[in-house]
Design a protein. Structure first.
Length: 134
């Protein structure tokens, strides 16, 4: 998995999505609306996979973004994808720099299902506070 930060669940890079046939006709997906960054949008679909195994831990049915990016980090063959905050928030993460490792311990949210908002709306504020007008 790559080191690109993300608030989403799991993002799978396009070459891995294609080689493993994740976007087959029987998988229900929606267009990914949040795939926006400083470099522009990321073409992807959002759906779920059966599970994500991280060591001895199994995350069941995580929200997964299936990249269709033609270039950039989500078109890379150097990794299979990106584990985002929606997955990592299920753990207490210990960064052991001395031994170059990350230790994950499940927390109280571990068994909670991951969810994907489907409103189609994203609130972005350029102000430090949000004022009610009206």
């Amino acid at each position: 998995m790559s080191g690109h930060g993300s608030g989403s669940g799991l993002i799978l890079n396009r070459p891995f999505v294609e080689s493993e046939h994740f976007l087959r006709p029987d998988r229900h997906t929606l267009p990914w609306l949040e795939g926006q960054g400083l470099g522009g949008g990321i073409a992807a679909s959002v759906g779920r996979i059966a599970g994500l195994q991280i060591g001895r831990f199994l995350i069941k049915h995580p929200v997964t973004m299936f990249s269709r990016a033609a270039n950039g980090p989500f078109a890379s063959t150097e990794s299979q994808g990106n584990i985002g905050a929606m997955i990592l928030e299920k753990f207490k993460a210990i960064l052991d720099y001395k031994n170059n490792r990350v230790i994950l311990e499940p927390n109280a949210r571990f068994d909670a299902p991951t969810d994907y908002h489907r409103s189609g709306r994203i609130l972005v504020s350029v102000e430090k506070t949000i004022r009610h007008l009206g």
